[in-house]
Design a protein around this ligand. Structure first.
Ligand code: ATP
Length: 325
């Protein structure tokens, strides 16, 4: 989805984004000023009717990878945002379209503070991939800047900012496995979600969320609640729950990007693959493997056979803490 910053005034005053090829500082020196922006996975995604404002109602089980972008803050006279990493060149050049800068701008308004720092965003997540990379970056910026300023990132104003930045930003802000409802803002943590061995594959073709939703017509009803959600202490329970669900956007996304079907077929053929599915509005697909070894072997095999695809092995994070207040 192309996004516009809710506050252009601040960005007009701030430095435009720049690309850097190397990090001058030792990243281990100041871990307090580093923040991970983990990739988001929709283990299933059911999409319901459209609201008057154009948003669709959703139901999803969201988890976060132990892989993603990284943000680093260095105090400086004025604000600047620099991009590095393998997907830096795919990011919007104008700061008004950059979700990280938009998050900083919003915080600056809420807390009436000038952002006197440089943020370096290491962009490892492919852009427009269904992995919520932009939302993850915005959420990480909120956590990092709030920590730097010694203010909470859990207040109402910050929550409203997160929702305005994008439907996936609130879930990325808390970054724990969660049941998601509403338009993405109703989050219920899943404290016992097991860690899963997951392989991510992307055809390195962008797929705009807005294009997928423009072609989508809701036909299925949503479950409407989490009353019947099983306890996910073991991976087997999670898998059996997921097998009865799907990603409603797969067919539409597959028509816009035929590589999705090829990727899903390829993942399903791998030894030890328990489930293969598209995440978000695609085109990234994931497979859950029975163990780390099977996942690693599949990653090697697919990378060797399809040099044009992006292949990333990861483990999803278990719940750690949940403190939205
Ligand atoms: P969503 O489904 O939430 O749109 P996605 O994973 O499909 O997420 P993103 O990588 O978040 O896609 O990119 C969506 C749009 O956001 C792109 O058009 C991109 O130009 C814009 N964008 C702005 N800032 C960022 C950022 N820091 N990282 C990635 N994309 C960004």
């Amino acid at each position: 989805m192309e996004r516009k910053c809710p506050n252009r005034c601040f960005l007009a005053r701030s430095a435009v984004s720049k690309r850097v090829s190397s990090l001058a500082e030792n990243p281990s020196r100041n871990t307090r000023r580093c923040e991970a922006a983990p990739a988001k996975l929709n283990l299933f995604l059911h999409v319901g009717g459209r609201l008057e404002n154009g948003n669709h109602l959703l139901e999803s089980l969201v988890v976060f990878a132990d892989f993603g972008d990284k943000l680093r803050l260095t105090p400086s006279g004025t604000f600047a945002l620099k991009h590095t990493g393998p997907f830096a060149k795919s990011l919007p050049r104008a700061a008004v379209n950059d979700l990280t800068a938009c998050a900083v701008s919003g915080l600056s308004n809420i807390f009436s503070r000038e952002p006197a720092f440089t943020l370096v965003l290491e962009k490892n997540i492919p852009v427009a991939a269904g992995l919520g990379g932009g939302s993850a970056d915005a959420a990480a910026a909120i956590r990092l800047v709030c920590r730097e300023w010694g203010v909470p990132h859990t207040g109402l104003d910050v929550r409203v900012l997160a929702e305005r930045l994008g439907a996936d930003v609130p879930m990325c802000l808390y970054g724990v496995p969660a049941w998601v409802a509403g338009v993405g803002e109703r989050l219920t943590p899943l404290p016992q979600m097991p860690a899963l061995d997951v392989l991510l594959v992307n055809p390195l073709q962008r797929l705009r969320t807005a294009d997928v939703f423009a072609e989508f017509t809701a036909t299925d009803c949503l479950d409407g609640g989490i009353e019947n959600l099983p306890s996910f202490v073991a991976s087997a329970a999670a898998l059996s729950f997921l097998q009865g669900r799907q990603n409603h956007l797969t067919d539409v996304a597959g028509k816009l990007c035929p590589a999705i079907k090829k990727i899903l077929d390829t993942l399903e053929q791998q030894n030890g693959c328990c489930l293969a599915r598209m995440t978000g509005s695609g085109p990234t697909c994931f497979a859950i493997f029975e163990d780390e070894g099977a996942c690693t072997r599949a990653a090697r095999a697919i990378a060797a056979q399809y040099a044009g695809w992006w292949v990333q092995r990861t483990k999803t994070n278990q719940s750690t803490e949940w403190d939205p207040n």
